[in-house]
Write a protein that binds this ligand. Structure first.
Ligand SMILES: NC(=O)c1ccc[n+]([C@@H]2O[C@H](COP(=O)([O-])OP(=O)(O)OC[C@H]3O[C@@H](n4cnc5c(N)ncnc54)[C@H](O)[C@@H]3O)[C@@H](O)[C@H]2O)c1
Length: 337
């Protein structure tokens, strides 16, 4: 990959200035290797809120059209944090105009669009990353390196679950903007971890979903099978009591690995063939990028490689699309890898 930036600081702009973007603006503002050069949102209120909450960003030029942002602010990279079905068009526009992109999850709402973005990345040599922050957390990295890495032999069963008091409010409840419900929102992280941490690639899924009074899925019960006689389950409970929680277990030939909790409260237990459970200390390591914004910035400078890749985004889009197809047809659906 060629290096998109020749200077010592990457020029970063935001497409979308809502709740999620604001916390990432803070990361960019504090990063000595980055300069925040523009903020775009179609809502004047969102731009005003960002300026009010982040006084350091108040003098950064603002725009209501990302095409104008790209033309006038001339960023090296954009962070795209807008409703899901709009991700593809904004990312494609950025890459086509010589600008790298970190796209929030899900990368795209169809595997076909993810493949088109990967082709654009290949053609342009620009950076394309996805906003999956679990790739930067020590515990998840340990599971990825050891389970997907094959230390315990092949995986033959995967169990995954996530719960949240998720209401599907605002654009999240509008299928034309969200591209789906909780499976495509917080559930996108669960799909990503199931695929990235285990390395399995389900070939077939069968799913039930319920919307529970809104226009998109709130709860999902998903079963899947993967090569070499493996099967797994995924439960997404979007109408839980307050708070968010998740967990996963991987049954492998030589051990069982269980990971529970969120962020700093993540716990890993390794069960060995004698049946004993051992807590695994999963400390953060200085050997890998600390967070997704720092990683994106350093990818632009040629100092690091993407830790949450467009291929990860494609894998999630392929799995998610198969789940929705299974629900729509009430039949097993093959995954379009
Ligand atoms: N990685 C995470 O843990 C995490 C957490 C929360 C949200 N997200 C993701 O961030 C994205 C945004 O979610 P949010 O919670 O910030 O939503 P939000 O509603 O708070 O913000 C979205 C913003 O996008 C703006 N917008 C809509 N269309 C636009 C366009 N064409 N150009 C520019 N701006 C436009 C809206 O006006 C709004 O201000 C979603 O992809 C979501 O899944 C990720």
């Amino acid at each position: 990959m060629s290096v998109p930036v020749t200077g010592s600081r990457a020029r970063i702009a935001f497409i979308g200035a809502g709740g999620n973007a604001r916390s990432h603006m803070r990361d960019v503002l504090q990063d000595p290797k980055a300069e925040l050069v523009g903020i775009c949102d179609t809502s004047a209120q969102a731009l005003a809120d960002a300026a009010a909450r982040l006084p350091e960003a108040a003098s950064v030029p603002t725009f209501t059209d990302y095409r104008e942002l790209i033309e006038k602010a001339r960023p090296d990279g954009v962070v795209i944090s807008i409703p899901h079905t709009l991700h593809y068009e904004a990312a494609a526009y950025a890459l086509e105009h010589g600008v790298s992109a970190q796209v929030e999850k899900p990368l795209t709402c169809t595997p076909g669009d993810a493949r088109k973005l990967i082709a654009l990345r290949e053609r342009t040599g620009l950076v394309l990353t996805v906003g999956y922050q679990r790739h930067y957390q020590g515990a998840w990295r340990w599971v990825h390196e050891n389970v997907a890495g094959g230390r315990f032999g092949p995986v033959h069963f995967v169990e995954t679950w996530q719960c949240q008091n998720w209401g599907g409010g605002g654009w999240r409840g509008v299928p034309e903007l969200s591209g789906g419900g909780q499976l495509n929102d917080s559930g996108s992280h669960l799909c990503d971890m199931m695929l990235w941490a285990s390395g399995v690639r389900p070939t077939e899924v069968f799913a039930f979903q319920e919307n529970r009074g809104i226009k998109v899925d709130r709860i999902s019960a998903i079963a899947f099978r993967f090569p070499d006689a493996g099967v797994g389950t995924m439960a997404i409970i979007g109408d839980s009591v307050r708070g968010m929680d998740e967990g996963m277990q991987f049954w492998c030939r030589d051990g069982r690995v269980r990971i529970d909790g969120m962020e700093r409260k993540l716990r890993i237990t390794l069960y060995t063939p004698d049946g004993a459970g051992h807590e695994v200390p999963a400390q953060e390591s200085a050997d890998y990028p600390s967070n997704k914004d720092a990683n994106f910035i350093r990818c632009l400078l040629g100092e690091e490689t993407p830790q949450a890749t467009a291929e990860d985004g494609l894998a999630v889009a392929a799995f998610t699309e198969a789940v929705y197809r299974s629900v729509a047809t009430n039949a097993p659906a093959s995954v379009d890898w």
